[in-house]
Design a protein around this ligand. Structure first.
Ligand code: COA
Length: 172
């Protein structure tokens, strides 16, 4: 679909499902930031979902031809009219693929793709105030830090503050 220095985003294929399901059950993969206490799910249902106006999406991140993780997005309404819809994006790389620049490249590609294929003005992301690698990766992907969302996320028995980032369509 789209690539940047060996990093590519592509649709989920049936052959990816066992890998993605295994990663969801792997505490090393899920880590502190992805531990929401939810039951493991099957990614097989992603194969049958389609449509530009669906309000969410999921793509595989490939690094040099290997499945390395995934990105996802969902619509966030900031007003009742369709023009006020922003996209909130998320990412998870498998541990061996972290810390090599793939996260920032994949998130830049995803924002580029959402601006190219929809009329949204805003692509946003938020992450735990202690998740410094994701904060740095977002900055490298062209996102601007906007502020702290206090007590926004419940994980591991308590509420956590998130840092909010966004990239606007006409940001440099
Ligand atoms: C967060 C994640 C997507 C980042 O992707 P990545 O490929 O590892 O990140 P990159 O290599 O593009 O960039 C990471 C940057 O953070 C920096 N970094 C890493 N650890 C750091 C730390 N403890 N303190 C400060 N900076 C740190 C790196 O040096 C790098 O910056 P640099 O290129 O200027 O040196 C990836 O690590 C991941 O999937 N982590 C687990 C899931 C997760 O946290 N998802 C986001 C949840 S909202």
């Amino acid at each position: 679909m789209s690539s940047r220095s060996g990093v590519r985003l592509r649709a989920v294929a049936s052959g990816d499902v066992p890998t993605l399901d295994d990663w969801d059950r792997d505490p090393e993969h899920t880590g502190e930031w992805g531990d929401f206490g939810l039951p493991p799910r099957s990614h097989a249902d992603l194969l049958s979902r389609d449509g530009a106006e669906r309000g969410y999406g999921f793509l595989v991140v490939e690094v040099d031809g290997c499945i390395a993780g995934s990105v996802s997005w969902h619509a966030v309404p900031y007003g009742p009219n369709p023009q006020s819809r922003a996209w909130n994006v998320g990412i998870s790389l498998h541990p061996p693929f972290r810390g090599r620049g793939a996260g920032s490249r994949a998130q830049r590609l995803l924002a580029d793709m959402l601006f190219a294929t929809t009329d949204a003005c805003r692509v946003e992301a938020s992450t735990d105030v202690r998740n410094l690698p994701e904060q740095r990766a977002l900055e490298k992907a062209g996102f601007t830090r906007e502020g702290v969302l206090r007590g926004a996320q419940f994980r591991r028995g308590r509420w956590h503050d998130l840092v909010s980032y966004a990239r606007l369509r006409h940001d440099p």
